[in-house]
Design a binder for this molecule. Structure first.
Ligand code: BEZ
Length: 255
């Protein structure tokens, strides 16, 4: 089942997602007057930062709740799935933070980004890379398998290696300027139950009959506690980010 979002619980359990997103804004290096597409703008926290740089920003997201909250910040937003970008040679840059791992047809997304950009435009982003939340995912998959459910049919996330993503970008014609994998264990503002409620629900939980869901989550939490919860009861998530910067070359023939 497709992920759905609630901007209010997201703010409580996941504010760190935009708080930790500033390094990728620095990679983007937005300049006054640039036209920028924020792909998967979420609740608009970073989209608003781009606007503060004096950029003309459009945010797109597939979640109506996120679109509503981003619009309430006075940002031009559109309800659009990142697999179906409708833009044509109009942006100086496409920016994306913590969204591309929800888009499971990366070549289709990269094609849409390419079409959206002007010649010389930049595609700069960060999302979950190879090994991201692997402890959490392994626990979810163990609990699914125990119920004879196939995790591969449910897994909503795409966490590529550097080589995988770089080769997809280059296959479309992008010049990859920089691409790195960054392990970033992250302290959670609430706990793993809050994280699962925000990020694995309903994408993972919908496969479990309603009366069984609490038991399923308890089992996942018990599996994670020895590894992700410290002696004082503070929870961490084993995040790994893939950060990249790529350019649509000015001269396509020379590339
Ligand atoms: C992430 O931002 O890396 C992430 C978000 C949701 C689920 C899994 C990972």
């Amino acid at each position: 089942m497709a992920q759905t979002w609630n901007a209010e619980t997201y703010a409580k359990n996941a504010r760190f997602v935009s708080d930790l997103g500033m390094p990728v804004v620095e990679w983007l290096n937005p300049k006054l007057g640039e036209k920028i597409l924020d792909l998967g703008c979420g609740d608009g926290a970073l989209t608003a930062k781009l606007q503060e740089f004096g950029c003309e920003v459009i945010g797109v997201d597939s979640s109506p709740d996120f679109i509503h909250s981003t619009q309430s910040l006075g940002i031009d937003t559109r309800l659009i799935d990142g697999h179906h970008l409708p833009f044509n040679n109009e942006f100086d840059a496409v920016f994306s933070n913590a969204a591309l791992h929800w888009m499971k047809q990366p070549d289709q997304v990269i094609e849409g980004v390419w079409q959206s950009l002007k010649l010389g435009g930049r595609f700069v982003g960060e999302f979950g890379g190879d090994g991201n939340v692997s402890t959490i995912q392994a626990a979810l998959h163990t609990a699914l398998r125990k119920r004879s459910l196939d995790p591969d049919r449910i897994n909503p996330w795409y966490f590529p290696t550097v080589e995988d993503y770089q080769s997809r970008l280059e296959a479309r014609g992008f010049r990859v300027d920089e691409i790195i994998l960054i392990p970033r264990p992250t302290a959670l503002p609430t706990d793993i139950r809050g994280w699962l409620a925000t990020f694995a629900n309903p994408s993972y939980t919908a496969a479990i009959a309603l009366p069984e869901r609490d038991a399923f989550l308890e089992e996942v939490i018990a599996l994670l506690k020895p590894t992700l919860c410290d002696a004082s009861g503070h929870w961490f998530a084993d995040y790994v980010r893939l950060r990249f910067s790529a350019t649509k070359p000015l001269n396509l023939l020379k590339h």
